[in-house]
Design a protein around this ligand. Structure first.
Ligand code: ATP
Ligand code: 9VF
Ligand code: MG
Length: 275
């Protein structure tokens, strides 16, 4: 016997529109859905407007901005100096980082004019600060930067072309693997994000310690020194770790796509604003 109300057939475009309107934790079964596209769209639109108004009443804080402030306060309390270095950097810096040898990363760089590029990582600025502060700050020198980085990417769910990196590092005494793992654990416990540490390697630094949340890399961390340090005038042991803030948000809020956590004109705090 024929069912009284038949399930709705959605076009691919309609499915994408509905999926974009779901709240971060929400799910839908298109196979069972009986409401029309128009009905469903207007219900979800109303809910999302309510969500945004609630955010306005409750805090008015942007998740990405808030995470930067939270991590900054945590690391400053731990004795790390907050630095802000240029985002537009000489392309020569990247050659000096050895990205020439890493074909993948060298093709991912956004070049600007003949000599400049958008930084794909924070390491050059941090190297320069470590060198300059070596004879200024007490041992061990502890610094960090949080800010935009740019890489041409093709893969979608955990990659953005414009993302926000945290890189903290320590130079001088006590630059051990244990100290590095301790700092990573303190930070991620403080943020309430579960993680697992695995061994990996990359062209730039050789062996790395990768910090994973399920299948997603949250961070690559390195125990120096490495041969490249000489080209940056750095001659002491160091440890450091680079984290993507949008990946931390994706893990924390269980976003299905990292776009919900990105600098965006489509989502605010993980909620669609195409309402
Ligand atoms: P992947 O292998 O996932 O492309 P990666 O190893 O090239 O990342 P790293 O150079 O180790 O990335 O950068 C440090 C951290 O910055 C990564 O662990 C990740 O959290 C973040 N990150 C790197 N690239 C991106 C990107 N395109 N979008 C969002 N976050 C990124
Ligand atoms: C680990 C990820 C070379 C002494 C200034 C600090 C680190 C971070 C690896 C990052 C990268 N390195 N995106 O270096 O902390 O550079 O590939 Si420093
Ligand atoms: Mg990595």
């Amino acid at each position: 016997p024929q069912a009284k109300s038949k399930k709705t057939d959605f076009t691919p475009l309609q499915k994408n529109r509905i999926l974009s309107l779901l709240g971060p934790g929400e799910m839908i079964s298109f196979a069972k859905e009986k409401r029309s596209f128009a009905e469903l769209e207007s219900t979800l639109t109303l809910q999302r407007k309510k969500d945004i108004r609630e955010m306005y009443e409750d805090s008015r804080e942007n998740l990405l901005g808030k995470l930067e402030r939270t991590i900054t306060e945590f690391l400053v309390d731990m004795g790390f100096l907050e630095v802000k270095s240029p985002i537009l950097i000489p392309f020569e810096y990247m050659e000096r980082m050895g990205v020439g040898e890493d074909k993948k990363l060298s093709e991912q760089i956004f070049r600007v004019g003949d000599n400049m590029c958008l930084r794909p990582m924070l390491a050059p600025g941090l190297y320069n600060h470590l060198r300059k502060f070596d004879n200024v700050l007490p041992d061990p020198v502890r610094i960090f930067e949080i800010g935009p980085c740019y890489r041409k990417e093709s893969d979608g769910n955990s990659h953005l072309e414009e993302f926000t990196m945290l890189n903290f590092c320590q130079m001088g005494s006590n630059c051990t693997r244990d100290e590095l793992e301790y700092l990573i654990k303190e930070l991620l416990d403080f943020l309430g994000i579960e993680f697992e540490i695995v061994a990996d390697s990359c062209m730039v630094y050789g062996d790395t310690i990768d910090v994973m949340h399920k299948k997603m890399e949250l961070s690559s961390a390195v125990v120096g020194p490495v041969p490249m340090d000489m080209d940056w005038g750095v001659n002491k042991p160091w440890i450091g770790a680079g984290f993507g803030l949008e990946r931390l948000l994706k893990a924390k809020h269980d976003f299905k796509n990292i776009k919900r956590a990105a600098r965006s004109e489509s989502y605010y705090n993980g909620i669609s604003i195409n309402l």
